[in-house]
Design a protein around this ligand. Sequence first.
Ligand code: FAD
Ligand code: 2HG
Ligand code: ZN
Length: 510
Amino acid sequence: GARRWASVRTVAFSTAAHSHLTPVAENDVAHFSKILAPSSIISTLPPCSSSPEELEPFNTDWMGRFHGRSSTVLKPKTTTEVSEILKWCNERCIGVVPQGGNTGLVGGSVPVNDEVVLSLANLNQVRSFDPVSGVLVADAGCILQSLTDYVAPHNHIMPIDLGAKGSCHIGGNVATNAGGLRLLRYGSLHGSVLGLEVVLPDGTILDQLTTLRKDNTGYDLKQLFIGAEGTLGVITAVSILTPPAPQASSNVILALPSFDNVLPLYQTVKRQLSEILSAFEFIDRTAYNLAVKHGQGRALSDEDVEGAECFVLVETSGGRREHDEEKLADLLESLLSADKPLVNTGVLSQSPSQFSSIWALREGVTEAVSKEGKAYKYDISIPLSAFKRVVDDTREHLRCKGLLHDKAVKYVLGYGHVGDGNLHLNIVADAYLPEIELALEPYVYEVVAAQRGSISAEHGIGAMKTHALPYSKSAVSIDLMKKIKNPIFQDSNGLAVKFFIQKDLSQETQ
Ligand code: FAD
Ligand code: 2HG
Ligand code: ZN
């Protein structure tokens, strides 16, 4: 962490004299106390007297890998409050980290040093919902699951779903351009987000909270903030298109004798299920075993899983239950009765609880991994055909380095979104150790770059991958990112202001 950030600072902002952020001081907290209600400030500095323990959850990421040491967390309740905070911090060169549900997996949601944490948790009201168009307008701090619950009585669903839904915020989802389990069917947030309200670093409120489906009046500025991870501004509200809830959903878990069958299976499933296919997710045997071990759902018997190298979850969402179930049953039958069956066995959900249990196997892998140990996570886009090879090669590489044993790396596993070409390569260790990181990086990034893949398919750059950006982006692209970012970071004197510097998307040339 710190080693890399040092280089980011000097390069991103060449005005060396301004390469240090100002720490929050007592007079800043006193100022925040004038803007915010007392309950909206957590600070160890006077006039507040919070304990360091109260700050701890805001300073530590979900994996327990990245740690900040912020003294002050601000939890504004309105966009105006966000604006006033940013204006003050910008003028005083105080670093700010926007934080949603703090479920990010790349260390972007916690401070690097002692920057202010700006939590969106109290900005959590639904502003409007139109049951005819399905357009929902909500504050950024609304938890994804609560929005799903909000639109459910209107027979709508959120266009995005992920394992972190009980904690992550819609603002965090948009800031990371999260992919998740429904991307295959509903596309990325670049398509379903219709508008945003964003507070720019100097406190200016950019109101683009349109509910229009079509609006070709100049540049589509909101797209810049989708996936910018808070480096360009704080998202305070989101306007999003919610699809009608499917009349019927079903799922099946398939056990495959060999990874080589995944590709032909995907082709067969797409052809046979066509419009009702809504997810095609992959977990390898190690991931499956860990999910079962840690109680994340169970659908197959020991006999079913014997000889299975990997598993695929197929979900259907359609308009008529009988029609969809018939299609899925036909698919299973044809798969099992083929001369050379692509699958050993499959279990079709027969009830809502079985449906959830099958999903839990896939959604629960991340949770299971975190119960097993400390995870190094690589979220990569690579050709589908390379999914298994990359996992196996990484395991072998760690073995050659003498790191594959009880005291170091325990498991190397792969799972992910086959339909999106996105593999989650997880390396589970007993503890975060420098020798493991050194063995994995740049090894994994070089493997990805050799295949012209992406070093971050859906989780973002955060603090973890800033230095690795050139493996996926050309120097011209990175330069253009800097040019877009830097003008937004000028203060009235034309000097670069250190705002979100810890999450700058640029880095020193390697
Ligand atoms: P945080 O973690 O708080 O923040 C993430 C980043 O966005 C940070 O850089 C932060 O500064 C910035 N940010 C947050 N809110 C704002 C805002 N309002 N304005 C500006 N910047 C902001 N990700 C996927 O893509 N697909 C998955 O399937 C998926 N599954 C997951 C499953 C589990 C169990 C877990 C723990 C994580 C998973 N993630 C997944 C990663 C994570 O949940 C997503 O990145 C999520 O979108 C982050 O939302 P959050 O509210 O927790 O944001
Ligand atoms: C998923 O698809 C998430 O389950 C998390 O993106 C992946 O933990 C991971 O590596
Ligand atoms: Zn994922």
